[in-house]
Design a protein around this ligand. Sequence first.
Ligand code: PMP
Length: 452
Amino acid sequence: KYQGLHYDDLLKTRKGRLSPALTTYYSKPLALHQGHKQWLFDVDGRRYLDMFGGICTVSVGHCHPKITEVVTEQLSTLGHVSNIYLHTKIHEYAEKLTAKLPGELKVVYFVNSGSEANDLAILLARAYTGNFDIISFRNAYHGLTCQVMSLTATSVYRYPVPQSPGFYYAMNPDVYRGIWGGGACRDSPVQTTRTCSCGSQCIAGINYLKQLEEVYQYNIPKGRAAAFFAESIQGVGGTVQYPKNYIKGAFDLIKSYGGLYVADEVQSGFGRTGEHFWGFEMHGVVPDVVTMAKGIGNGFPLAAVVTTPEIAKALTKAQHFNTYGGNPIASAVGIAVLEILEDDDLQENSKQVGTYLLLELEKLRQRFSVIGDVRGKGLMIGVEMVTGDGSTTPLDPGLMLKFWDRCRDLGVLLGKGGYFGNVLRIKPPMCVTKHDADFTIAVIAQALEEIF
Ligand code: PMP
């Protein structure tokens, strides 16, 4: 039984003692007390199906007993020692994590958050190439340290302070909302209902690549780029998928401009997209640097940057240190997550349940005109809500909130994202079942029937 502060006290503390800049979900914020697998319980003991996994973070399920066990054991053996010493866990974890990556991606730096990982990747790219300029997508989210804030390219996260120099933005290759269309050209199971007729080269992809090339041409002399950053599927941006072959083209372009390809796998890594362990694999590229966080630690503050031995050497030009990165507990958690993913066959589950959910959501799209688009891969799903008049005009924010609140009242927690905040983001713990998918569909359908 919950015995902490009363709900009203929580609200008061949040208002007076926590940063006023904090985002709070729902019109009446949810006060959570307990988690179990794909379930969350509020302070009154009410159960919710967590279809957002703490922003795509809880990968193997809330309070997984194996994680509790390894943390308890590690905490009572050697809780913290920083990486200035040898300790078995960080070495074991480095071996196990890098074994999951292809090619020369065999050197890892452990850090504590996705923003830190991307910050380090920027440094690594600049130190290795000797170049400064970096390209990312408009609408991308890569984190919010002062420097990474400039890599993130969405105005809602921009403070009225000078941004870091050396960042350029390419048009977001968004095949639903973008100017060149191409909805049928993305690589996704729901495409069974829409067929791409472009042949081997998708027109939208070619146009977006031309625009990307122009960003280089007008801003960055040949050979002078440091890095191109992209998520394999955009997360916070609203589960945006790119046209087929676009990423391969973007990879070739950054190479021809002398820079590194950095894959931000903070959301799309660790089997979430089902077919592959890493999102970049669906695009047929092997990045120079991979950044990872969230699902890597199932909610534990753990993140990493993996690169090749040659690129890694660039960081020896000065000293680099991180107190907590890969500490014994973090490493023990990281190892446990890798083992659970395998033991519980969660990548395959993501594929099975995710594909089923996508196809069921697609059926809802055909029933309700306010669902403009259903997209994603595995358990990284987006449902874009529109006005329902056949256009892509985003659903009114008030109605979106009403709909979203109603899903929560009916027992399902969903995420929200996209530039207009009109995309439902579905990224549950990867242990969700087909039954949970059915429940989610039933709740969304009921909320849609009631409100629209
Ligand atoms: N990259 C991506 C793709 C993310 O989604 C996020 C977090 N939403 C980050 C980086 C930043 O991670 P963190 O909040 O752990 O700093």
